[in-house]
Design a protein around this ligand. Structure first.
Ligand code: ATP
Ligand code: MG
Length: 521
């Protein structure tokens, strides 16, 4: 057992290490190269953004925003924070008038400090802050005056008053709320608007890769810091070919990575109108209410909040019930039906195989029409390696011009897991050459030789301290080096270096130039 150190990676996070990172790099390189051939450029948005951006884009009612985001107020006002704490959490002994006076004193101190920081523009000037501070001022005065007649107040009234103080104090935000990004589509749309990308030739094609953060229960293929590779197409014509080409690129990517057992599912969820999805959802809710008693608690709740999500259920006993529910394909409006048919036709033209899955829904309001998901093998129940869909309303929702949008996000951790399960490990690569040098004379030459060889692209191990000949060879074979370059006094004098092939134990003498040519060959 390894020693347990005091510090360990936080639950749900992990170190990616060699040789695995070589596979990560290869996957990412494949994405860079392939996406470029489809006309995509890379965007690197920040890793934290205003909480409101995600609340607005992803949706305040979703699990992601509701309970999975890492959110914190962005400020450095430790003194003010410390002053706020006892007001948020008043520990008062009601029988002790000293405590009452202390609370009022704390309140006054906080309000004074708050005013100072506000003058220096260090706290957010929001209407929430303004009204909370006004309430605290009123409460301070009220307690002050009542305190004089404390005997007349019953315990319950005091208690209610403290609750009021605490509630108002908890409304105060010392800094703007920011969140670690749980996904990147919102950021890409924010950037599109911020940089006026609607003035560029449309559509704008962007891809990204990097860590995302969601506070979920960690398990195989599910982490709190995980990585996504995603792409978005923003703006441009209303053409089903765009959806199909994006999916073609995605499937080509998985193919180039060597991912096995991929399955593409597609669906259309129409658009938010009474003669389309809204009508369907109403019908679905009606049918769900008839079978409510047979459903689990989650699904029962979703009948009210988001009936579409019921279709997502993995619960065994709900499956036969769900199979009898009305299907969205029968409720699409003419335009959405035509769009879906055209997407399928365009996939056929490109030779992309797909399976239609009427239960494939995205739970967020902004998604519309095309949705898709790719599963791969070897991942157990966490087998979705990619999710995507069309979101024509999102840019507008974030304050931009009406803009079409479609994108996907690949779960890179799951992609790598599946590649590894499928035997697509990259073997750990040892050095090409370990330089076994002996003596200070040889050391200078060894340094130069290492530089030259590395310059030519070879992996070179140059021991930092002089090793006995046997030890150097032992190190070379432990590292899995292909060759040992032996540099001692003899080699320096003659200019003929000794190269030992560690697999065959053959040795030969070579000049510096000949050595380079030999290794290249
Ligand atoms: P799931 O249903 O598996 O929770 P999701 O619908 O939340 O997935 P998306 O938000 O569509 O996932 O993200 C796209 C992809 O990102 C998923 O298909 C998955 O491969 C990956 N992913 C999502 N959450 C995690 C996580 N916590 N850890 C690792 N990968 C994840
Ligand atoms: Mg999820």
């Amino acid at each position: 057992m390894a020693n347990k150190s005091k510090f360990q990676a936080i639950r749900g996070t992990r170190d990616l290490l060699p040789p695995d990172t070589a596979l990560w790099n290869r996957v990412e390189q494949t994405a860079h190269e392939l996406f470029t051939t489809y006309g995509f450029g890379e965007i690197r948005p920040p890793i934290f953004e205003p909480t409101d951006l995600f609340a607005r884009a992803v949706g305040g009612d979703t699990d992601i925003v509701g309970k999975e985001m890492y959110t914190f107020p962005d400020h450095n006002l430790r003194d003010l924070e410390a002053a706020l704490y006892p007001i948020c959490n008043p520990a008062i002994d009601l029988d002790d008038p000293k405590d009452l006076m202390a609370l009022v004193a704390d309140l006054r101190v906080f309000l004074e400090q708050f005013a100072v920081h506000q003058k220096q523009d260090e706290v957010p000037k929001t209407s929430e802050n303004a009204s909370a501070v006004a309430r605290l001022h009123t409460l301070a005065e009220k307690i002050d005056s009542l305190r004089l007649a404390a005997e007349d107040m019953d315990l319950m009234s005091w208690h209610a008053l403290f609750q009021e103080v605490s509630a108002a104090a908890k409304e105060i935000r010392l800094g703007d709320m920011v969140s670690l990004r749980p996904e990147a589509t919102a950021s890409v749309c924010r950037a599109y608007i911020e940089h006026n990308m609607q003035q560029l030739p449309q559509p704008v094609k962007l891809y990204y890769m990097g860590p995302m953060f969601r506070r979920e229960r960690p398990q195989k293929g599910r982490y709190r810091q995980f990585y996504q590779i995603g792409a978005e197409i923003l703006g441009g014509p209303d053409a089903p070919a765009i959806d199909a080409e994006l999916i073609e690129m995605l499937m080509t990517f998985f193919d180039k990575c060597g991912l096995q057992g991929t399955e593409l599912s597609i669906n259309s969820i129409g658009h938010a109108a009474d003669n389309c999805r809204r009508g369907y959802v109403a019908k679905l809710r009606e049918e769900l209410l008839k079978v409510k008693d047979k459903l689990g608690a989650d699904s029962q709740r979703r009948i009210e909040t988001n009936p579409l999500r019921v279709l997502d259920s993995k619960l065994e006993h709900e499956q036969p019930i769900i199979a009898t529910l009305p299907r969205i394909a029968d409720h699409l409006c003419d335009e959405c039906r035509a769009h879906y048919a055209a997407v399928k036709h365009n996939l056929d033209l490109r030779g992309v195989a797909y399976r239609e899955n009427w239960r494939l829904v995205r739970g967020l309001d902004y998604y519309m029409r095309t949705t898709f998901e790719i599963t791969a093998q070897g991942l157990g129940s966490q087998n979705a390696v990619c999710g995507g869909g069309r979101y024509d309303g999102l840019v507008e929702l974030l304050g931009g011009p009406p803009t079409k949008g479609i994108g996907f996000a690949i779960g890179e951790d799951r992609l790598i897991l599946s590649l590894q399960e499928g035997g697509k490990m990259l073997a750990a690569r040892g050095p090409d050459v370990l330089i076994a040098w002996m003596g200070q004379n040889a050391y200078a030459t060894a340094i130069r030789a290492a530089k030259t060889l590395r310059n030519a692209g070879f992996r070179v191990e140059l021991p930092a301290t002089e090793l006995k000949f046997g030890k150097a060879l032992e190190r070379a074979s432990k590292l899995g080096s292909r060759f040992a370059l032996i540099l001692g006094d003899n080699e320096i004098q003659s200019g003929e270096w000794t190269l030992k092939n560690l697999a065959t134990s053959e040795q030969q003498k070579l000049s510096e130039q000949a050595l380079l040519e030999y290794l290249r060959g």
